[in-house]
Write a protein of this length. Structure first.
Lengths: 313, 288
């Protein structure tokens, strides 16, 4: 059985409106984040992945399974959708328990698993109240509890941090990281780029229904050749370092750090940059304390590839 | 590709997880029954079912009941069953119950929870159909038992004699069978319509019109009607005169078993097509 989520040439049209176009992906275990502006196709990809909508063309398989075999598929997959609605009049507890009972397990086992899931999202006694009286954050938690209650191997989460307070957000991120470390596929959509950086093993960037980039954040950054990489070099003579770099015509931009103890340098060839920097350090004129990439985070990549207006550059 | 011989087919059928499907269907039906029966939104269906019982209760309390009027009341009860329950009460009750099962959950944006559960969509649809049918049969069946008991309660010993030593119990059994078939028939139709149309009401009005004019249609078209099958099962014929003649006239005699089998066949075909539709169903709440 495959351990990947695979999209092969998947397109989805809503009538004449494009949802996503010719998406081909292979998602390994770990935390993968779908990043893109509103309406870019993130939710469409997640709905396609879980069979809520069907592709207009192309094929999708999740660990070698398809939603046509609902029993096996949804034993392996849990989906916390973005739809913030629940069956009328239901309590949080009943919501989780009802969904577990449909797996065919004994009631005692379903109760145990429901207790575990509700404990895991730290909803406590509120689970026994009607969902209609929940805050947005509590509704988010109970949906998450329902999605993880049956211990799926693939967890798909559409904007799971929306509506959570900072404490609950931190707890949820810790939970996703723990699940990712356990070898699960955790696929998250988010537009909170700081959190994407903190939790993701990989990112998938989409805009306008098209796949723009996928992979490890650092790999993706290195593939953005048209935007020279920015490196922060901490040293005792930042002006001297900048002038040396310009003298050998390597860097395209230099900017002193606000504290005067470092310089941001932009280079088109990061490997060559390191070689040159080693040479300068070996000369002994400049004492280099630290080197760190300054723009290979999700936020920078988003700006470079998608832009602040959401249109791919 | 494996050859689809009869023995292969048997093996494949035997290899399916029937036990799990049974448990899932049972649990889904219980969940749906809880939602259908104990909901304030079902109040108007209770009203539809029991309003004749309330009127008959007043009749039983207020009017005198000489024994010679027993056959008149028997005809009135047959008219209530055929003209009110089959044409209106069960029709609109089933429209309310069955169109809520799929379309209602799409409007409430909660259907995706079911579609993300480890239940085959056909099992989901059939379980919802069973739950809707049980709800409708419980409501309308108990309403008809109440109507029947109240109608003859005013006649005292003559009424009891008609029920227990005369044709009364047989007629009650026939009425209950008619209501069961009506609930299944209309239920299947409205479940399908609710998947085909965002607002099933116009289509339901067309069905109501179709059912009304069905007796004057060619016999081949009469087979696509729930009420036409049920008319042949009525234990007491309602006089076909006056304005209501169109609803009670019997143009082509059909035996009771043929009418029952015909209706069950119609229900099966509609449900099979519904199963096909639900496999293709997509969750796009923004278009609801």
């Amino acid at each position: 059985m495959s351990d990947q989520i695979i999209f092969e040439g998947v397109s989805k049209f809503y009538g004449e409106v494009l949802g996503v176009n010719r998406i081909s992906l292979s998602i390994p275990p770990g935390i993968t984040t779908l990043v893109g502006p509103n309406g870019s196709g993130k939710t469409t990809i997640m709905n396609l992945m879980t069979g809520l909508i069907q592709p207009s063309s192309g094929t999708i398989s999740v660990l070698g399974l398809t939603p046509a075999d609902a029993t096996e598929f949804f034993t392996a997959v849990g989906y916390c959708a973005q739809f913030d609605f629940f069956p009328r009049g239901i309590t949080g507890w009943q919501f989780v328990l009802d969904s577990l009972m449909l797996y065919g397990m004994e009631k005692a086992m379903a109760v145990d698993m429901a207790v575990q899931a509700i404990d895991r999202v730290q909803l406590g006694e509120a689970a026994h109240r009607k969902v209609a009286g929940y805050s947005k954050g509590m509704r988010q938690k109970i949906r998450l509890a329902q999605a993880i209650a049956h211990h799926p191997r693939v967890l798909v989460l559409d904007e799971p941090l929306n509506g959570l307070d900072p404490m609950a957000r931190a707890e949820s991120i810790a939970l996703f990281q723990e699940l990712g470390r356990q070898g699960m596929h955790v696929v998250i959509s988010s537009h909170i780029l700081d959190e994407v950086d903190r939790i993701s093993d990989r990112v998938i960037m989409v805009t306008g229904g098209y796949l723009i980039a996928e992979g490890n954040i650092h790999q993706v950054r290195q593939e953005v050749h048209e935007k020279p990489m920015q490196v922060l070099v901490r040293c005792d003579h930042p002006e001297l370092l900048a002038s040396k770099m310009f003298a050998i015509n390597h860097c395209v931009e230099a900017r002193l750090h606000a504290d005067g103890k470092g310089v941001f340098l932009r280079t088109k060839d990061i490997d060559e940059f390191h070689v040159i920097l080693n040479g300068i350090a070996a000369d002994g004129l400049i004492k280099i304390e630290a080197i760190a990439p300054a723009d290979d985070d999700a936020s920078a990549i988003y700006q470079y590839l998608i832009g602040s207006d959401g249109s791919a550059s | 590709m494996t050859e689809l011989s009869p023995s292969n087919l048997r093996q494949r059928i035997a290899a399916q997880p029937w036990g799990l499907w049974w448990i899932q269907a049972h649990r889904l039906t219980r969940i749906e029954l809880r939602r259908n029966l104990f909901s304030w939104r079902a109040t108007w269906i209770y009203f539809l079912a029991f309003i004749p019982a309330f009127i008959i209760l007043i009749h039983a309390l207020v009017d005198t009941h000489p024994a010679f009027q027993l056959s008149d009341d028997t005809n009135i009860l047959a008219g209530i069953i055929q003209l009110y329950y089959i044409r209106l009460g069960v029709f609109f009750g089933c429209l309310g119950i069955f169109s809520r099962l799929i379309r209602g959950e799409m409007i409430e944006r909660s259907l995706h929870f079911y579609l993300l559960s480890p239940v085959r969509r056909e099992i989901l649809l059939l379980s919802k159909f069973v739950a809707g049918s049980i709800t409708a049969i419980l409501l309308f069946g108990s309403a008809i038992i109440a109507d029947f008991a109240l109608m003859y309660s005013g006649f005292g010993a003559a009424g009891r004699d008609y029920i227990f030593n005369g044709p009364g119990l047989g007629q009650l059994g026939a009425y209950l069978a008619i209501v069961v078939l009506a609930c299944l028939g209309y239920g299947a139709v409205f479940l399908l319509l609710s998947m085909m149309f965002r607002n099933p009401m116009p289509a339901a009005m067309l069905v109501l019109g179709w059912e009304a004019i069905n007796p004057v249609l060619p016999s081949i078209l009469q087979k696509f009607s729930v009420a036409s099958y049920l008319r042949h099962l009525m234990p007491v014929k309602v006089a076909n005169d006056g304005l209501l003649a169109l609803l009670t006239v019997e143009t082509e005699p059909v035996s009771a078993w043929a009418a029952t089998l015909g209706l069950l066949l119609l229900i099966t075909i509609v449900l099979l097509y519904s199963c096909y539709r639900i496999r293709k169903l997509e969750i796009r709440y923004t278009t609801e």
